[in-house]
Ligand binder design. Structure first.
Ligand code: IMP
Length: 198
């Protein structure tokens, strides 16, 4: 049984990772279970850099293989913003609704509404090996929020093929097309190959 530590304090991410990876004989545990509590400053300018910073810090603190994900929303008309700053867009006083309202405000009158969600998952092993996987989900930014589900920017992220926002999809529907679902699927394949060879 391979055990990975998840570099995150988010219990939802832990459940999601275990759901997808458990049948590979991989168990993902929390930082608390591994006896570490790591605060990582996300100083990178790319999703790859930030997920590597998080995974490497937790691997070094715990001495165990560690996995991290970094994600965000990139809006074409804003030159890719908020991007790696998605969780901090508009400053610390804003909540999820405040952040997507600010995004709508910054896109007011803008006809080019294309955007994508990006997720990068990185796993660092104590021997220096690194596995990295990236998933993207294209969409557009709606003119007004719709739907109650999900989190973050979900109410304003519209999927043209389904004519719904992420917040109007069930978790299963969202996982099937989302950036994180795609990154995890690719990660699963790469991890399986790695475990077979090692
Ligand atoms: P992270 O936890 O550092 O990766 O921050 C990701 C940020 O990007 C979150 O706080 C959300 O604002 C946004 N985000 C990432 N994935 C999603 C998603 O699936 N739906 C809505 N917002 C998301």
């Amino acid at each position: 049984m391979t055990k990975l530590v998840l570099a995150s304090k988010n219990p939802k991410k832990l459940v999601e990772m275990n759901d997808i990876l458990s049948h590979l004989g991989v168990e993902v545990c929390s930082e608390a279970e591994a006896g570490v509590d790591v605060e990582v400053e996300e100083t990178g300018t790319t999703f790859e850099e930030n997920s590597l910073l998080k995974a490497r810090a937790v691997m070094e603190a715990s001495g165990m293989p560690a996995i991290a994900d970094d994600s965000g929303l990139c809006v074409d008309a804003l030159g890719g913003a908020p991007g790696v700053y998605s969780a901090r867009y508009g400053g610390p006083e804003l909540d999820d609704a405040g952040r997507y309202r600010l995004l709508l405000e910054n896109l007011r009158g803008q006809m080019t509404r294309t955007a994508k969600f990006v997720s990068v998952i990185t796993c660092c092993f104590p021997n220096g090996d690194v596995i990295c996987a990236r998933g993207e989900c294209p969409g557009t930014i709606a003119y007004a929020p719709q739907g109650e589900g999900g989190f973050g920017y979900d109410p304003v992220f519209f999927v043209p093929g389904l004519k719904k926002t992420f917040a109007q999809l069930s978790p299963e529907e969202k996982n099937a097309i989302s950036h994180r679902g795609k990154a995890l699927e690719q990660f699963k394949v790469k991890l399986e190959e790695y475990l077979e060879k090692n």
